[in-house]
Design a protein around this ligand. Structure first.
Ligand code: TXA
Ligand code: MG
Length: 347
């Protein structure tokens, strides 16, 4: 194992080994794209900003580096990763076929929070796709990360930068709280603009199917393709494929998703209840334990703040977080899907 602390190109990155031979590193935070690129070219893992959530990135074509993503996140290797590209111009290097409707979707939404699942070329390691013949691809919409991707000339594999099963990070501080000492660098792009993961679309016989609801509302996709879309991942109790686990996105505190949060007030002591609602407040519960996601009931603002609110309340040592169901349209559908997973028990 090289000693990175003596490499001037990687100044500030120290590796040491703890009593159980665990690898520890010093995590730096900054906006230095060259530094991030240096770590990535050396096969290290770096947290990167995107418009959706922070990603835990590594060179997608370097299997050792990709393995580090799985170990850092403690994520099973049966769960495939998204590769991030600087633009659609390079996509031909990695996929064999782009159906016309996929081209239409790319033109409408890239750079942006759309991930498409397409047949892969052999240059994409099987480790990235968990052995599947298709690879998930997206062009993220964040200036720092687009700049980084252009400099690297290699795609970045990146899942959300949270330990497996936990809430996705939407600020550099969330990443640091969860992964400090495990990665050398967090590229600081500020708070994520969307705050919800990308919408995932796959194709069967050239027809699009939504595999994960996300930051692009279903209605917007349907407008572009001109048909109603099938959603194959709403049933959160039944995993439909690798990674579609029922208990994703969970805080450590128990979380209940309710039509009306008052229904559970009698079951807990009021000073140990946290509440997330779209706009309602409750005088029985301490104001500091409540988050109104958007007082004007704007679902984009609510989406941007949802994970932030979950991180915030999860750090308060409460007995329960009660979340009031959002309106079941547009981004409200995406948020209800995530919250249902967050509420599912790890059985
Ligand atoms: O917004 C996002 O998509 C963020 C940012 C960092 O880009 N990334 C993200 O990655 O949410 P992750 O790994 O947390 O979720 C990716 C999902 C997983 O559920 C995975 O199983 C699915 O995409 N996926 C990836 N490759 C796939 C494939 N070849 N076939 C089916 N599902 C796939
Ligand atoms: Mg994730």
């Amino acid at each position: 194992m090289p000693n990175y602390s003596t490499n001037p190109d990687l100044a500030g990155f120290c590796v040491s080994f703890g009593p159980k031979n665990e690898r520890t590193v010093i995590t730096a935070i900054g906006q230095d794209i060259e530094k991030a690129a240096g770590h990535l070219l050396a096969g290290e893992v770096v947290a990167i900003p995107t418009e959706t959530v922070y990603g835990l990135a590594a060179n997608a074509l370097n299997e050792t580096a990709v393995t580090r993503i799985f170990t850092t996140k403690q994520r099973p290797q049966t769960n495939p990763l998204i590769i991030h590209l600087p633009g659609i111009e390079t996509i031909d290097r990695y996929v064999t076929d782009i159906p016309p409707v996929a081209q239409q979707l790319a033109a409408a939404f890239w750079p942006g929070p759309l991930t498409m699942i397409l047949p892969k070329k052999s240059i994409v390691p099987d480790l990235v796709t968990a052995g599947l013949p298709e690879v998930a691809v997206r062009v993220p919409d964040h200036p720092l990360t687009l700049n980084l991707l252009q400099q690297l000339d290699t795609p970045l594999a990146a899942p959300s930068a949270n330990p497996f099963g936990y809430i996705s990070p939407t600020t550099p501080a969330h990443v640091q709280n969860q992964l400090d000492g495990k990665i050398p660098y967090i590229l600081d792009g500020g708070p994520c603009r969307q705050g919800l993961e990308s919408t995932i679309v796959g194709f069967r016989d050239g027809h699009p199917i939504v595999f994960r609801l996300g930051a692009i509302p279903l209605e917007q996709l349907e407008e572009v393709v001109g048909t109603t879309l099938r959603v194959q991942n709403l049933e959160h109790k039944t995993p439909v494929g690798p990674g579609m686990l029922p208990f994703h996105y969970s805080p450590h505190t128990s979380l209940l998703l309710l039509e009306r949060v008052e229904a559970a007030f009698a079951d807990y002591s009021t000073d140990k209840i946290g509440i997330i609602s779209l706009s309602r407040s409750f005088e029985q519960i301490p104001a500091a334990h409540q988050v109104q996601l958007s007082p004007t009931e704007d679902l984009s603002e609510a989406g941007q703040r949802l994970y932030f609110a979950m991180h915030q309340l999860d750090a308060m040592g409460l007995d329960v977080i009660l979340v009031e169901k959002l309106p079941d349209t547009g981004l409200g559908k995406t948020m209800n899907d995530r919250l249902a997973r967050a509420a599912a028990k790890r059985e």
